[in-house]
Write a protein that binds this ligand. Structure first.
Ligand code: PLP
Length: 342
């Protein structure tokens, strides 16, 4: 990469091993179910999540929306944390595609009180929509990880009320690395889980939707309906196989680098690092200088070959990943220090 790109882990390009795997992949027509590499990736993904089966889909958004389409009926209500990706960054797709109504619950960086969710579950009433699904997100894109107990409590409530739970686990491997557990221990507390191959795992494209066999069968039909029957997808799936074997186990390196970045930022003085959300590969911070020119700051970093996203709700978010080494962090710290000392 020519730039030190700290905008997101979605900017990661495939590794040399992935590119080789693409060239050597054995493929077939996945719509006929005969792409051996897609089938292998689906098997490995289901195994990793402790589910019966899985489906390779083009994106995380696609996987989340398929889950809603399969679990909920038109007119149902879906309970979800107000800061979740499905609410904030999927372009209103649940209303547009599944025709469901989102009932948002206050969350603190993804943490939601189970009692609050319980209070929103609808009783049978002529006037009410039916609660058709509860969605959760772990790791949360606010940089936090929900603990196993938190997930278990939510799932026990959902089971008691007979409502399915879908987990947006775009970064479930990060959550698992943070907690030091297998991802399937987290996925045990949901009916379906989507995880992304194209973020910290470095694949160019793709996500996996995992769940019971019947659920995946229905998801596959809707994936086709939406134009997602993607033929020789094995070339992309080949990267996913490498990702599961080689990239998932190394995510703790990105987490350590994020902590190193946070410590170095904190030492600068005029920067306030949000230490309460330092669970994964994301560092959030504020700059305390009065009248600070954020646009000029981002422009300065860009001229120094460093890409960062604009400030959002007062905070910067820097994301470490496979292509960010420790010396890239040192260069970033040097540029930020130089800017603040000008
Ligand atoms: C938590 C979370 N869920 C879902 C997605 C959607 O993934 P995609 O960009 O592949 O649609 C993202 C993407 O950044 C995400 O951060």
């Amino acid at each position: 990469m020519d730039y030190i790109d700290l905008r997101s882990d979605t900017v990661t390009e495939p590794t040399a091993e992935m590119l080789n795997a693409m060239v050597e992949a054995r493929v077939g027509d996945d719509v006929y179910d005969d792409d051996p590499t897609v089938n292998r990736l689906q098997k490995l993904s289901a195994l990793a999540m402790g589910k019966d089966d899985s489906l390779f889909v083009p994106s995380g958004t696609f996987g989340n929306q398929l889950a809603i389409l399969v679990h909920a009926k038109r007119g149902d209500e879906v309970i979800i944390g107000e800061g979740n990706h499905i609410v904030q960054h999927e372009a209103g797709a649940p209303a547009f595609l599944a025709g469901v109504q989102l009932r948002t619950v206050k969350d603190i960086h993804g943490h939601v009180k189970t009692e609050e969710i319980e209070s929103l579950i609808r009783e049978e009433d002529l006037h009410h929509p039916q609660t058709g699904l509860i969605c959760t997100e772990n790791a949360h894109s606010d940089g936090t990880v929900l603990g196993i107990e938190e997930m278990r409590d939510l799932y026990l409530l959902a089971e008691r009320k007979n409502i399915p739970v879908h987990l947006d686990g775009a970064r479930i491997f990060n959550a698992a690395a943070c907690l030091g557990v297998e991802p399937k221990l987290l996925a045990a507390h949901c009916d379906s889980v989507m995880f992304s191959l194209s973020k910290g795992l470095c694949c160019p494209v793709g996500s996996m939707l995992c769940g019971k066999s019947e659920f995946i069968k229905r998801a596959k039909k809707i994936r086709k309906l939406l134009g997602g029957g993607w033929r020789q997808a094995g070339y992309l799936a080949a990267c996913g196989v490498v990702a599961l074997k080689k990239m998932a186990p190394r995510l703790s390196v990105d987490h350590e680098n994020a902590k190193y970045l946070a410590r170095r930022l904190d030492e600068i003085g005029q920067i306030e690092v949000e230490k309460s959300r330092l669970d994964i590969n994301m560092v959030f911070f504020n700059i305390k200088a009065e009248g600070f020119d954020h646009k000029d700051f981002i422009g300065y970093l860009f001229k120094n070959s460093i890409k960062v996203n604009p400030v959002r709700r007062g905070s910067y978010r820097l994301v470490t990943h496979y292509w960010i080494r420790k010396d890239d962090i040192d260069k970033t710290i040097e540029a930020i220090t130089n800017y603040l000392e000008r």
